[in-house]
Design a protein around this ligand. Structure first.
Ligand SMILES: [Zn+2]
Length: 71
């Protein structure tokens, strides 16, 4: 029995990434310490062995100098 549709074609194409979603480093405005990496409207934060993916806007206190940052 044949299916009328090929469901494999319905998968989203994840390999096509628009240029405005290129990773962009988010750094402390005071000491330039790396706080996270921005991917479009999301921010990837690595801290020790944890990895967080959060939505913007984001506020973070720099662990190097204590300056509050917002993006
Ligand atoms: Zn800092």
């Amino acid at each position: 029995m044949a299916y009328p549709f090929d469901h494999r074609r319905d998968r989203p194409i994840s390999t096509a990434v628009p240029s405005d979603l290129e990773p962009c480093e988010w750094r402390c405005q005071e000491c330039e310490k790396l706080l996270g990496v921005r991917h479009g409207a999301r921010l990837h934060i690595r801290f020790q062995r944890h990895c967080y993916i959060v939505s913007l806007p984001v506020e973070a206190v720099c662990r190097g100098c204590g300056t509050p940052n917002r993006t």
